[in-house]
Every structure is written in structure tokens, then in C-alpha cells.
Design a protein around this ligand. Structure first.
Ligand SMILES: NC(=O)c1ccc[n+]([C@@H]2O[C@H](COP(=O)([O-])OP(=O)(O)OC[C@H]3O[C@@H](n4cnc5c(N)ncnc54)[C@H](O)[C@@H]3O)[C@@H](O)[C@H]2O)c1
Length: 261
């Protein structure tokens, strides 16, 4: 018996990173998974690998409402219903607030914040029609504390925590639980762009990051996307049946307190 037997879950940003691991784990736990992303080749290859009948890929730019409508329709065509959503897609831009161009700030809001809003708005009615289910929003540790040089990103991640609370209040009576994961530093292309650069010295980049997180993070290492996937699974299955409206930090203890060493 899988923890998600009979469920149909849309995972956004599923072509790589945390979304990929969520799609793999959810399928292994019995769900049929709709992988949604803008990286069509990677997403399609992954869905194929997970297996026809277990996974399907749809092109979805989370910032576009018409894409959401098409994705929900495609999910229902493939698997008959939708009763789960992981709003995972996101982008990161580094800049000092006073140097951030308006269009960069707006782009981050468009994908991270409006993308999560449109996901809730588009999918919640389908989850209700399916008899209830779950939404997991991907915020960040920057959703519960500040971080210099990522002001636009931090603002959107705080907004996602707020959206999570409001959605939980409004959707509880419709049988939908809504929670947020707040990852710290996770070993994906977002925190280590060298993973995407064929010219980069991947080993050197990984070693430098390893040394950085050994100092910063009490557990002494960067987190793995599989670890976040297990938290998203917990929040999507019956193990968390009495939990809604909460942000869950998963950061190796980084936010536990101020280090003196
Ligand atoms: N990696 C970290 O350290 C970290 C920490 C905290 C939170 N997060 C959050 O976790 C989530 C997943 O990021 P990741 O670490 O796997 O990084 P990633 O960059 O590997 O994955 C992000 C995915 O989102 C997709 N995406 C980007 N824009 C999109 C759009 N408009 N529509 C649909 N898909 C889009 C990308 O194509 C990619 O597949 C993000 O929301 C990110 O903000 C990451």
C-alpha cells in the first residue's frame, strides 16, 4: 500500500530539482502524477521514465492563467480527476533592493507569488469536486526570515506563507488542507547554478558550497531535494490529516538560532 494510492497530484516545476524528486516519490507512493513545467524536453523525458499510466507531462507556465486551465483539463483527461497540488515552481534573482529593476521584481512576483495564487485558484475547485485533498506550497526559509540581496524572492516567499494560511482557512470546509514547505539550502540548480553550466567546474563548486554550509548549517551540510520531497509527501497524505495552514521549515537547523562560532 502506498501513502498516495488513488490520488492524482499536479507538481509544478517538476522537470528537475525538488519538483522532480516530489514527482518520483509521489508516483512511488501510488499517486498518478502530472508533471508541469516550462522545460518541456526534461519534463517529458522524466514522465516517460516514471511510466505511462503513472505520470504525464504538461507544459505549464505557472504565471499564466490560461496555461493553468489547460493543465487542469489535461490532468483530468489523463487521470480523470485532480485531488492534490504541489506549487513548487519558482525562480530566484540576486540584487540589492535599491538596485533591483522594477521588471525583475515583477518577474519574480509573477512566477513565485502569482503562480502559487493561480495554482490554488485553478486547482482547488477540482480538488473539492474530487471529494477533498491537499495543496502544498513551496515557500522557503526566506518566507519566515529576511535574507539580504534576495529581496524580491523573500517578499514572494513571505507572501506564499500568507496565501497558505488564508487558503487553509477558506478551503478547510471544502475538505482541502493547505500547508507550506520552507526549505533552507537545498542541493539543486537554484542554489548551485554550476549544475546547469557545462563550462563550470562542478566538483569545485560543490566543494565550495559544501564548505560554506558546513559552517552555516547546524547539521553541517546542504539539504537534498529528496528530503524536501518526503516533507511534501507527509503534508499530502493522511499522516498529516489534522494539519493545515502551517509553514514547515526544513533547513538542517539554520534558523534555530544565532551561532556564536
Ligand atoms: N534550492 C534551494 O536552496 C531552495 C530553498 C528554498 C526554497 N526553494 C524553492 O524550491 C522550489 C524548487 O526549486 P529547486 O530548488 O528545485 O530549483 P530548480 O531551479 O532546480 O527548479 C525550479 C523549477 O521550476 C521551474 N519553473 C521556473 N519558472 C517556471 C514557470 N514560470 N512555470 C513553471 N515552471 C517554472 C523550472 O523550470 C525548474 O524545473 C522553488 O519554489 C524554490 O524557490 C529552493
Amino acid at each position: 500500500m502506498g501513502k498516495l494510492d488513488g490520488r492524482v497530484v499536479i507538481v509544478t516545476g517538476a522537470a528537475r530539482g525538488q519538483g522532480e524528486q516530489e514527482a518520483r516519490l509521489f508516483a512511488a507512493e501510488g499517486a498518478r502524477v502530472v508533471l508541469a513545467d516550462v522545460l518541456d524536453d526534461q519534463g517529458e523525458a522524466l514522465a516517460k521514465e516514471i511510466g505511462e499510466g503513472r505520470a504525464a507531462y504538461v507544459h505549464l507556465d505557472v504565471s499564466r492563467e490560461d496555461d493553468w486551465q489547460a493543465a487542469v483539463a489535461a490532468a483530468k483527461r489523463a487521470f480523470g480527476k485532480v485531488d492534490g497540488l504541489v506549487n513548487n515552481a519558482g525562480i530566484l534573482r540576486f540584487n540589492e533592493l535599491t538596485s533591483t529593476p522594477l521588471d525583475e521584481f515583477q518577474q519574480v512576483i509573477q512566477v513565485n507569488q502569482i503562480g502559487a495564487f493561480l495554482g490554488i485558484k485553478s486547482v482547488a475547485p477540482e480538488i473539492e469536486a474530487a471529494g477533498g485533498g491537499t495543496i502544498v506550497n513551496t515557500a522557503s526559509y526566506t518566507g519566515v526570515t529576511g535574507m539580504a540581496y534576495v529581496g524580491a524572492y523573500t517578499a514572494t516567499k513571505h507572501a506564499i506563507v500568507g496565501l497558505t494560511r488564508v487558503a487553509a482557512l477558506e478551503l478547510a470546509a471544502r475538505g482541502i488542507r493547505v500547508n507550506a514547505v520552507c526549505p533552507g539550502a537545498i542541493d539543486t540548480a537554484m542554489s548551485n547554478p554550476a549544475q546547469l553550466d557545462p563550462e563550470a567546474d562542478g566538483e569545485a563548486a560543490a566543494q565550495a558550497l559544501g564548505e560554506l554550509y558546513a559552517k552555516l548549517v547546524p547539521l553541517g551540510r546542504v539539504g537534498q531535494p529528496e528530503e524536501v520531497a518526503r516533507l511534501a509527501l507527509f503534508l499530502s497524505c493522511q499522516d498529516s490529516s489534522y494539519i493545515t495552514g502551517q509553514p514547515f521549515v526544513i533547513d538542517g537547523g539554520w534558523l534555530a538560532g544565532v551561532s556564536v562560532l
